[in-house]
Design a protein around this ligand. Structure first.
Ligand SMILES: Cc1cc2nc3c(=O)[nH]c(=O)nc-3n(C[C@H](O)[C@H](O)[C@H](O)COP(=O)(O)OP(=O)(O)OC[C@H]3O[C@@H](n4cnc5c(N)ncnc54)[C@H](O)[C@@H]3O)c2cc1C
Length: 369
């Protein structure tokens, strides 16, 4: 293989999205993947595209996250055409139900703020909630509804994105753990794996929760693993499809399954499933849809979210070391943000103008040295 123009570390959804976007702009791209490591997040995600349901009040990421959600409307048919894989895009809304008066006040305030900011959001009465989700708990006092939020099948997305990156010319190197960057004082020249050095014109760190473990980084990356446990139960018979946030978690219909999640645990790189974690997600499922209370758990998983202190990803060039790029730290929203992250990274790399204010994702925001 001739040396690539750009070498991406990590073949999760963020890495392959960057590879695809860069390769489609004519660059010679290689992606290096160690495993996948146990706990690789893209393999376990629920697949929700939930910029509005996930937005905290006054969240500076909301505009970018909504753009990322809407980008799937172009990306889904493009991936279908390029690969024959349907990523299962749904855009029929997400409900965020309230069980207490305090939650009602909070959710109504979020709806008001999102509407004032120009996004579509509605407050639904308990009867209106039950029109959409008849099997939902009788204790629900109303819901914030984001009609354009939705979901994809994350495994189909990963497969399609990888296949599309490869057919656009990307070389995928599997079974090679990147141990360290190779760089001089002012620029990156490649990476070192256990048995060789791979030279490249630029390197993109997209190694998810493991990004900070790569050796010889110019400074520590503010990304930590946050474990999420998730379980599949049977979707209640005759219940229409829905995605519902509530009771500290969510329930999503995927195929014939009710995917219930998820824990947020600070347990380092331990990606195991625990009885306590599964109890918690089962409680969420049962509180939202009482019919799920006695349903058997068919399958369970755990993954490690790459989490930054402010919950926003790190996208863009290193502030000091040239030819080093970051696309990591996507936390709870890496499926939502992945497609557009690739697009942004490729546009930044080509020096194109970006219409968004990217200060909330800029790599330098955590570092004052
Ligand atoms: C339970 C759960 C539910 C989630 N649900 C949603 C959801 O509904 N919607 C949403 O938007 N997001 C969701 N997320 C978040 C989303 O899954 C992640 O943000 C996203 O998958 C991160 O992708 P990534 O490519 O950065 O990391 P990963 O998918 O973890 O990929 C990183 C890759 O890098 C490789 N790697 C690491 N170190 C090296 C190295 N040194 N050399 C070579 N390769 C290396 C790893 O093996 C891995 O394959 C969820 C996450 C969890 C855990």
């Amino acid at each position: 293989m001739t040396n690539p123009d750009i070498l991406v570390v990590g073949c999760g959804i963020v890495g392959v999205s960057c590879a695809r976007a860069l390769a489609q702009r004519g660059h010679r791209v290689a992606v290096v993947e160690a495993g996948p490591h146990s706990g690789a997040a893209s393999l376990v995600a629920a697949g929700m595209l939930a910029p509005q349901a996930e937005a905290a009040a006054q969240d500076p990421m909301l505009e970018l996250a909504v753009r990322a959600r809407d980008f799937y409307v172009e990306l889904a048919p493009a991936l279908l055409e390029e690969t024959g894989i349907d990523i299962g895009l749904r855009t029929d809304g997400i409900l965020q139900v309230a069980f207490t008066e305090e939650e009602v006040t909070q959710r109504r305030a979020e709806v008001a703020w999102q509407r004032q900011s120009g996004f579509t959001a509605e407050w639904l009465s308990p009867d209106e909630v039950r029109e959409r989700a008849p099997g939902i708990s009788q204790d629900v006092l109303g819901a914030a509804f984001a009609p354009e939020d939705g979901s994809v099948n994350p495994l189909a997305l990963l497969e399609a994105m990888t296949k599309s990156a490869e057919s656009s010319g990307t070389t995928v190197i599997r079974g090679a753990n990147v141990e360290a960057l190779v760089h001089s004082d002012d620029r990156v020249d490649g990476v070192r794996t256990s048995d060789r050095t791979l030279w490249a014109g630029a390197v993109v760190v997209a190694a998810g929760a493991w990004s900070g473990r790569i050796g010889a980084l110019p400074r520590p990356i503010s990304v930590e693993p946050i474990r999420g446990q998730i379980a599949a139960l049977d979707w209640p018979p005759d219940e229409p499809p829905a995605i519902v946030y509530g009771a500290g978690g969510y329930v999503v219909k995927r195929g014939s399954a009710a995917i219930a999640g998820s824990t947020m645990e600070n347990v380092g790189f331990d990606a195991s499933v625990t009885a306590d974690g599964l109890n918690r997600v089962r409680q969420v499922a049962a509180q939202v849809y009482p019919a799920l209370a006695h349903c058997e758990i068919r399958r369970s998983w755990a993954g490690l979210r790459p989490q930054t202190p402010d919950g926003h990803p790190i996208i863009g060039p290193d502030p000091h070391l040239s030819r080093l790029w970051y696309a990591t730290g996507h936390g709870r929203n890496g499926i939502l943000l992945a497609g557009y992250t690739g697009e942004l990274l490729a546009r930044l790399h080509s020096g194109e103008t970006i219409e968004h204010d990217l200060s909330c994702v800029t790599p330098g925001r955590f570092w004052s040295w």
